[in-house]
Design a binder for this molecule. Structure first.
Ligand SMILES: Cc1ncc(COP(=O)(O)O)c(C=O)c1O
Length: 474
């Protein structure tokens, strides 16, 4: 009998958690159940996801900033369907595929800055691995510099320049000569770069973990410093790229009086997939590229089997078309400002609301210790239970009471992070702000630790999926 996807899905409906508990990742399935995220999603459109009971959810996570143009964007869907219908040859390998050539040309046009060649990857971390290899090869130097709290992926090279112990523990030894400088500390960066052995400074223009934004001028000065000392400046725009922060690249907003930032490499991925097919791209300065691919013998010295697959290249090109059609960057600026203003307006009423860090639709909402005695006890008790718990006390009711999907911004951080599709509109922003206000009202009660424990306990027994969330969600 031929394969029938409709039938397969119908036959297994609702088995998601059971299958994952048995065969994939029982620990993660349990975490999701405990925090009430054990839903069975069956359909998605734009920034909304629907479960098997027909409930609509607002996606403020965007698949980890993958679905910038909304899920199942018609342009991207059609392009992929056309690609399959055309019976195109994919991965012939000994050829120069047309679609990757067009996508490279298109990316170069948008990024500019004299980056001459594009190396395609299948993920963000593969882009970082490529950049590390290219930098070492081109400079002949051994060291890499990265920032505290950095995140560049979880393969061996990328995790060697990860600034969070929670991701590193258990995986040593790492690549040698990976040195960490404090986030935003220019003097520390100067000291490291001046040692003269640094192949590359790999930096997220805005850090994903915690949504940390550099001081104005830091990135431009860092790029100049690197150029002066022969260190390559690598902009990891895996998360910030394709409109997330309100411009095609986040570094587009970071130039200074001396001019635009001119990186030696820019790494893209995530949203380039259109939310469908994993793809990434490393844009590389010509002289760096030529030192790596330095002879006919070395023409494919760095490569991978799938790196220019036809579906991936089509997804990339269609994602760029969707970027234009949705006016994604401009909408990110407008909606991001609405969310920031809305949350900031609540700050005088809610003493645990400490700061909003926002650029486009990359938003971190930070909480801090309250002044009043009663709330201070609740704050301390929640942190004493688990350093990760407070932000979950926001994320869990956003889901359970308002059907909003979002995430904590990292381990041991009192920060909730929002990276929704860039196509959210005013009604989505209102949905979020109303829900957030309700959660803040309840959070500013001395009974927070008790109600949080009650929720976690109830979910552990019954599962969040069983609890029909009706309140608040339109
Ligand atoms: C800045 C940055 N670089 C690299 C990566 C790794 O990308 P991937 O998960 O596709 O390997 C991520 C993923 O979140 C990221 O945010």
């Amino acid at each position: 009998m031929s394969f029938d996807l409709h039938r397969l899905l119908a036959d297994h409906v609702g088995r998601n958690a059971a299958l994952h508990t048995e065969h994939v990742n029982p620990r993660f399935a349990r975490v999701l159940r405990t925090i009430g995220y054990d839903r069975c999603y069956v359909r998605a459109q734009g920034p909304h996801i629907f479960d098997d009971s027909g409930h609509r959810y607002l996606d403020m996570l965007g698949g980890y900033a993958v679905c910038n143009f909304g899920r199942n964007h018609p342009t991207i869907k059609k392009a992929l369907a056309d690609c399959i219908a055309l019976d195109l040859p994919s991965m012939v390998q000994f050829e120069t595929p047309l679609l990757s050539g067009i996508l490279a040309e298109e990316l170069k046009r948008r990024v500019g800055r004299g980056l001459d060649y594009v190396f395609f990857t299948n993920s963000g971390t593969e882009g970082v691995e490529a950049a590390i290899k290219f930098a070492k090869c081109a400079t002949g130097r051994p060291a890499l510099v990265h920032a505290t709290k950095s995140f560049h992926g979880l393969t061996s090279g990328s995790v060697s320049i990860n600034g969070c112990d929670s991701f590193r523990n258990g995986f040593a030894p790492f690549l040698p000569e990976c040195r960490m400088v404090a986030f935003n500390d220019f003097a520390a960066l100067e000291r490291e770069i001046a040692r003269g052995d640094v192949a590359a400074f790999v930096i997220e223009p805005i850090q994903g973990k915690g949504v940390n934004i550099h001081a104005p001028g830091y990135l431009a000065a860092a790029a100049r410093l690197c150029r002066k000392h022969g260190t390559l400046f690598v902009a990891d725009e895996v998360q910030t790229g394709l409109g997330r922060t309100g411009s095609f690249l986040a570094i587009d907003q970071e130039g200074d009086a001396a001019g635009v930032i001119e990186p030696d490499m820019v790494i893209l991925s995530k949203a380039l997939s259109g939310g469908f097919v994993p793809v990434g791209a490393v844009l590389v300065r010509g002289d760096v590229w030529k030192k790596v691919f330095s002879s006919l013998d070395r023409a494919i010295v760095h490569s991978s089997t799938f790196h220019q697959g036809t579906l991936a290249m089509t997804a990339g090109l269609a994602a760029l078309a969707a970027y234009d059609e949705t006016d994604a960057a401009a909408n990110a600026v407008r909606m991001g400002a609405m969310i920031r203003d809305g949350v900031e307006a609540m700050m005088p009423r809610f003493e645990m609301l400490k700061a909003v860090r926002q650029r486009g639709l990359m938003i971190g909402i930070e909480f801090g210790a309250p002044k009043s005695l009663m709330l201070r006890a609740a704050w301390s008790a929640t942190h004493a239970m688990d350093a990760n718990l407070f932000a979950q006390a926001v994320v869990i009711p956003l889901m359970e009471d308002h059907r909003i999907i979002c995430q904590v911004a990292g381990h041991n951080l009192d920060v909730v992070k929002l990276i929704p599709p860039l196509v959210i509109d005013e009604s989505d922003v209102r949905w979020f702000l109303c829900a957030f206000e309700d959660v803040m009202v309840k959070l500013h009660r001395a009974t927070v630790p008790v109600s949080l424990l009650a929720r976690l306990g109830r979910n552990a027994i019954f599962g969040g999926r069983k609890i029909v969330a009706e309140a608040g969600a339109p």
